[in-house]
Design a binder for this molecule. Structure first.
Ligand code: CMP
Length: 224
């Protein structure tokens, strides 16, 4: 029963579109589905790894912290994305912690089964590589942002990255706490609050009911 439903879930994940039916069976046998509430640590930076995870629903943040507990958010990932592949590939400890920011559902796949499947299936290996390259491109953009933009520009970059077009308007829909923005751009929460206030007063952002934020087109001028 669990096997069949695991297989159905795995079949829908684009990463596994190249797998044959027997391979999907093997993967389903090595997988467990897990649900977690918001705020749960899924894996810890520095710990040995046992599994690769596929996020089936919800969002999670990828975070690192220093010896004093200061935190930086490297990325926020959403449904359909995978994590835990880095320590699986190089056998080093987890490179970062992964923490749910919404209720999440995952598929956890045993490390050894996934590794042997990677060796057997070129398409799967390519799909993992494409995921890694995509992350590198995003990380490159982030380095550029941190090196070249002032705090207004960095806040504008995060707001634009988290926005989508709804009814012809660019909107940040979900909750994006100032503390979390601060951890993404290496600034204090107070500084982010000041910048957000400034953006609001000057008409670059327009707060809406239910915590939505409309971004005016001119906010892109901060990226130049
Ligand atoms: P791993 O090192 O096994 O455990 C932590 C995971 O976080 C890591 O694998 C990647 O899947 C993920 N991760 C690390 N750095 C980034 C990043 N910059 N962007 C997105 N995901 C990342």
């Amino acid at each position: 029963m669990a096997h069949e439903s695991n297989k159905l879930f795995l079949k829908r994940v684009p990463l596994f579109s190249s797998l044959s039916d027997p391979q999907l069976d093997a993967l389903a046998a090595a997988s467990v589905r897990r649900s977690f509430p918001k705020g749960r640590i899924i894996c810890n930076e520095g710990e040995p790894s046992q599994s690769l995870y596929i996020l089936l629903a919800g969002r999670a943040k990828i975070q690192r912290s220093d010896a004093e507990g200061k935190e930086v958010i490297l990325a926020v990932i959403g449904s359909g994305e995978f994590f835990g592949e880095m320590s699986l590939i190089d056998d080093e400890p987890r490179s970062a912690s992964v923490i749910t920011i919404e209720p999440c559902e995952f598929m956890a796949i045993q490390k050894e089964t996934f590794k042997s499947m990677l060796v057997q299936n070129n398409e799967l290996a390519m799909a993992i590589m494409r995921g890694l390259v995509r992350r590198l491109r995003i990380a490159d953009k982030k380095i550029e942002t941190l090196a070249l933009l002032d705090v207004y520009g960095r806040v504008a970059r995060v707001l634009l990255d988290f926005s989508e077009i709804i009814d012809g308007q660019r909107v940040v829909k979900g909750k994006l706490p100032r503390q979390e923005i601060a951890k993404m751009i290496g600034a204090s929460r107070e500084m982010v609050s000041r910048v957000m206030k400034g953006l609001e007063v000057d008409g670059y952002i327009v707060p809406q009911p239910e915590g939505r934020l409309v971004l005016r087109e001119k906010i892109s001028s901060y990226l130049n």
